[in-house]
Ligand binder design. Sequence first.
Ligand code: HEC
Length: 440
Amino acid sequence: MELLVRWGESFESFVGGIASAPTANTLMLFRFIIFLMTVLFIAGTGLQFGSLLLSVLFDLSDHFKRDDNHAGFAERLAGVAGGTIALPVIFGLLPLMTIALCYSRVYYGGTALLPAFFLAAAVFCAVAGILARLFCKTVPLRGVRYRSHIAYGIAALMLYLGMYHIYAAGAVLALTPEKWPFVTTSPHQTFLSWNTIFRFKELVVFAVLFAAVTLRIGYFAWPEGEMAKASEEERRFAGFVLGWWGFVFNLAYPAILLLYLINLPPGSIRREMFTVLVATLLLLHPLVMYSFATGRRCVAKRPVASFILVFLVLLLGVTNQTLAESRANVDRLSLLRLEAGEAEKERETVREAKAEEGKKIDGKEVFQRVCSACHKFDARLVGPPLAERIPKYKGKQEELEKFLANPVKKDPAYPPMPKPAVTPDERKAVAEYLLETLAK
Ligand code: HEC
């Protein structure tokens, strides 16, 4: 964790070196870029993660009980997940790096923790991409080296999960600025917070759902898609599995979203978010039903239109998230302003105190100017020798001040003391001086 923070700090100073603090306009631009990149990230890695998950499951099932349909389906999905190195780079690494860069500018001068989270997610994504590719490449060797083949797949899945969790932790950090001072000292708290865990679940469910729907009505429907290589029976099987898969996750998604909304920090919830949520669900549900219903043989009627619709739904989902995030950013900004204002006030008080000190009244000077006309320390003048009278005021400066403000008759051997011409501050200073010198 410490390494993570240090790493983020050096990244931040690197970025800080090549650019100056962002203006309101660049902030807007960054927010827009972060938004687009998040869509790209969830869609791209979702497709990869989902197809890898299904591929590993059917690969395992074929291993324990031979089934050509399962084996063929697993092989084609492995092709989707690890077929090309460009996929994880374009859909995973690129968005994450860009988000990290943007955040390091948005929070320019703030903590380096946020970009560090997204950079760490990028590293996980890169390694997961390599493992997914190894999994895909070792498909022909399944007969001889099954263990290493399946280990690649499972390790890649774990890394994808790790990546989502780190991403969620970063998003939570962005969402709950009030945690920042606390989190900078112990980042693991964000990691284990319920909020992060809900976000992580939400991301995974959305990723799997997206993969199901996209594969079902997009990828497999194009004439030259992976499924074109499959037999008629395999196509029917794929259509059936993906359809049900999408259907089940479509039911799980609203529940997760709701849990997520409930767990948001109060400041980030807005009415628009619920509107967007309802719109997302209204669109998503019929879409998945449509994809489930269209052609058991896995030939969607309007693949391109459907695919665009899926993307639209995704966009709505992420809008939801971004609304919350921008709200949190506003909070964060006002929090920063508040902190800055408080710090300024504190400095002001210190400055005032210093100024006070500068013109601090000298008690000795007051005594000599006012009181020495009637008092000496050790001899009787008009008034009594103060060395005799002051010790009884030890620890009772207030009482002494009260007497000086309004002298009352004390000793019949003396005339009453007239009210001395001193300001309250001078009174205080002289009392302090006398107690210090005569009542040690
Ligand atoms: C005009 C003369 C006069 C001046 C000026 C004067 N005093 Fe006195 N002070 C007296 C007299 C007379 C008494 C005795 C009063 C009594 O015992 O009732 C006295 C009594 C006191 C006592 C004893 C009170 C007690 O509880 O026994 C203190 C302490 C004292 N003065 C402090 C001061 C200080 C400090 C100043 C300067 C801010 C001051 N005085 C200015 C005449 C004066």
